[in-house]
Design a binder for this molecule. Structure first.
Ligand code: CA
Ligand code: CA
Ligand code: CA
Length: 335
């Protein structure tokens, strides 16, 4: 009885030790993915636009290595919720996306770049999709992750975008065979109502406050909205409603200003006025001797957008006194 028990444990232990090897032996020597990124810029809001990237990835763990020579991609979406911004701005040839050379390189060959349905061509299973067929004339790609396209979407209505890599999507090798796709990754992006952040920026030493860049970041540090000021310094940034954002104001030659924890709970949130302090010539958010030296070095000339702090066309005593007055100050300054 006792002997039988031990032999059973021994047999199980041997089986367990063999298991990982058996799994490894059955695993393919490569791994391929089709990846749609989350929002890379802009905001997924009604009336707004945002971008996503489409990437391919292949990793080979052993030789002979499998190489990708082409892709035939169908990326589905809900046309009631989003549309695709035409990359070539030419309505006569339908709607295109921006093809990227990140994965296939400069020798990429575009066989198909069209949003369906268009003409006689429809999406597999009906509905709407981006159809992208790409190859390239270089060597088969065996170990790489890179972009094949950037898509700019417009938000039409509130709801899930329905982004999905449709099953007809294939990768192909140099012999014209299918390369299996091991995984697809698509974010669940939903269009939400638009919210706005309004405010005003003044600039030390100036009376025309136009051209200040505003950027709203989400809690993950992603850019969700941008704007520039008008002559009075006013701006409006469009962001997704219901989020918490950080807003930064920037202009060349000035320290940044920042407003944190802007909670856009309603349609519009006003964050008031801030005043940018001048003198940061080298843009490191720090007014120090390097900035002073930078101004002195071009004193009496037209300078640059960074050395001509007050944007009056000349680097003179006024630019120098602004910088000297802010000596040792650092940004971002509080809003
Ligand atoms: Ca077009
Ligand atoms: Ca500086
Ligand atoms: Ca000046």
């Amino acid at each position: 009885m006792q002997k039988k028990h031990w032999s059973l444990i021994l047999a199980m232990a041997m089986l367990l030790s063999l298991l990982p090897q058996a799994v490894l032996a059955q695993a393919p020597n490569y791994y391929t993915s089709v990846i749609v990124s989350d929002v890379t810029s802009g905001a997924p809001v009604v009336g707004g636009s945002f971008t996503t990237d489409v990437s391919l990835s292949i990793v080979n763990n052993a030789t002979p290595m499998l190489g990708v020579m082409g892709v035939d991609l169908y990326l589905g979406f809900d046309p009631a919720i989003v549309n695709v911004d035409d990359a070539d701005d030419n309505p006569a040839n339908g709607v295109q996306v921006n093809v990227s050379t990140g994965f296939f390189g400069g020798s990429v060959v575009v066989a198909k770049n069209i949003v369906l349905p268009y003409g006689a061509e429809t999406c597999p299973g009906g509905g709407s999709c981006v159809h992208l067929a790409l190859s390239h004339t270089g060597a088969p790609i065996t170990n790489k992750t890179g972009k094949i396209a950037t898509i700019t979407w417009g938000g039409l209505a509130v709801g899930p975008t329905g982004l999905a890599v449709l099953t007809d999507t294939v990768l192909a090798d140099v012999d014209g065979n299918t390369v299996p796709i091991n995984s697809t990754s698509v974010p669940a992006i939903s269009i939400v109502p638009a919210g706005t952040i309004t405010g005003r920026v003044e600039e030390q030493g100036q009376t025309d406050f136009s051209g200040v860049s505003l950027t709203a970041y989400n809690t993950g540090g992603g850019v969700v909205g941008t704007a520039t000021t008008d002559a009075a310094g006013n701006f409006t940034i469009t962001v997704p409603q219901g989020g918490v954002y950080q807003v930064q104001a920037f202009d060349h030659g000035y320290l940044k200003a920042q407003k944190s924890s802007v909670y856009v709970v309603g349609a519009t949130v006003g964050i008031g006025t801030t005043r940018l302090l001048g003198g940061d010539v080298n843009g490191d958010n720090n007014v120090n001797i390097l900035d002073i030296v930078g101004i002195i070095g071009v004193f009496g000339t037209g300078g640059t957008i960074s050395t001509d702090i007050n944007d009056d066309g000349t680097v003179n005593i006024f630019d120098l006194t602004i910088a000297a007055g802010n000596f040792t100050k650092v940004g971002p300054t509080a809003w």
